[in-house]
Design a protein around this ligand. Structure first.
Ligand SMILES: Nc1ncnc2c1ncn2[C@@H]1O[C@H](COP(=O)(O)OP(=O)(O)OP(=O)(O)O)[C@@H](O)[C@H]1O
Length: 258
């Protein structure tokens, strides 16, 4: 696949094996500024492995990753978050006994890698820092329509609300690029609409988004371009409606169902 000029995030020839099994095999991908790109494919195609490498939690065995023009291949996830790359997980794991607000505060990172929570509450920190972090967290909770849960422990949240909370934690770091791992999985339909609307809002504000999702209706509504993976490689890419009708893509999905 050709690299997009000025891409905010690009992967070149990424490879990663597990016990001799090639989970990702010479995979390249580019995310244009302001794009909302879908990454789809049957179970086991290598999408999450790809996300782990892009986010910095897994080292590729070969290949290169560039984030806003810088080679970040050797950098870990915190460093990449500091550069503006946020990532959500398929199954969010908030701190269950902490309140929603505390979760948002302690999930955030500053450029230095220090958490906003730590920065705001360490001995000697100014009241102004603390107030700023709190104001920002409350603003983000408002934006995600979670304000009414501010003081509730995270343990009471539904699966969909946990996904929104995770997004809130990432937004504290002012990401320019977000990797969203299956935001629709296990989410009830009304909350799903809310999540989709927020994704569109963020994208409209200029955040570039790479989305892994099995819900094709959601992918078709959100993305103008998708990359299809199967067996660790790119199988196809293009407009969602056209791509899912390609015979190779149909075969890959049928193989998954067999
Ligand atoms: N930590 C690991 N150890 C061993 N094998 C792994 C590991 N992570 C992924 N794999 C294997 O790598 C392949 C790709 O898995 P991956 O989770 O990246 O696929 P996926 O496209 O995200 O699948 P899904 O849609 O089901 O989440 C699979 O065969 C999987 O079993």
């Amino acid at each position: 696949m050709e690299t997009i000029r000025g891409a905010v995030l690009s992967a070149h020839g990424l490879c990663r094996s597990f016990q001799g099994n090639r989970a990702v095999d010479d995979m390249s991908l580019s995310l244009a500024p302001g794009e909302l790109l879908g990454l789809i494919g049957p179970n086991g195609a290598g999408k999450t492995t790809m996300f782990n490498m892009l986010a910095g939690s897994l080292q590729p065995s070969a290949g290169r990753i560039e984030l806003m023009g810088s080679d970040v291949t050797a950098e870990g996830a915190e460093k990449r978050l500091g550069r503006g790359l946020g990532r959500t997980f398929q199954i969010p794991r908030p701190f269950p006994r902490m309140s929603v607000l505390e979760n948002v505060l302690c999930g955030a990172q500053k450029q230095s890698g220090e958490s906003v929570f730590g920065a705001a509450f360490r001995i000697g920190a100014s009241r102004r820092d603390e107030a700023r972090a709190l104001e920002k967290a409350r603003h983000i909770l408002d934006f995600l329509l979670l304000s009414y849960l501010t003081d509730q422990p995270a343990s009471v949240l539904s699966g969909g609300q946990r996904k929104l909370l995770e997004l809130a934690r990432i937004l504290m770091a002012d990401p320019k690029v977000i990797l969203l791992d299956e935001p629709a999985a296990g989410v009830n339909p009304s909350l799903l609409e809310q999540i989709m609307a927020r994704i569109v809002d963020l994208n409209t504000q200029g955040v570039s988004i790479l989305l892994i999702e099995h819900n094709m209706d959601m992918v078709a509504r959100l993305c103008s371009r998708v990359v299809v993976m199967a067996l660790g490689r790119e199988l196809a890419q293009g407009a969602p409606d056209a791509v899912i009708r390609e015979p190779e893509v149909v075969r890959a999905y049928l193989g998954d169902a067999a």
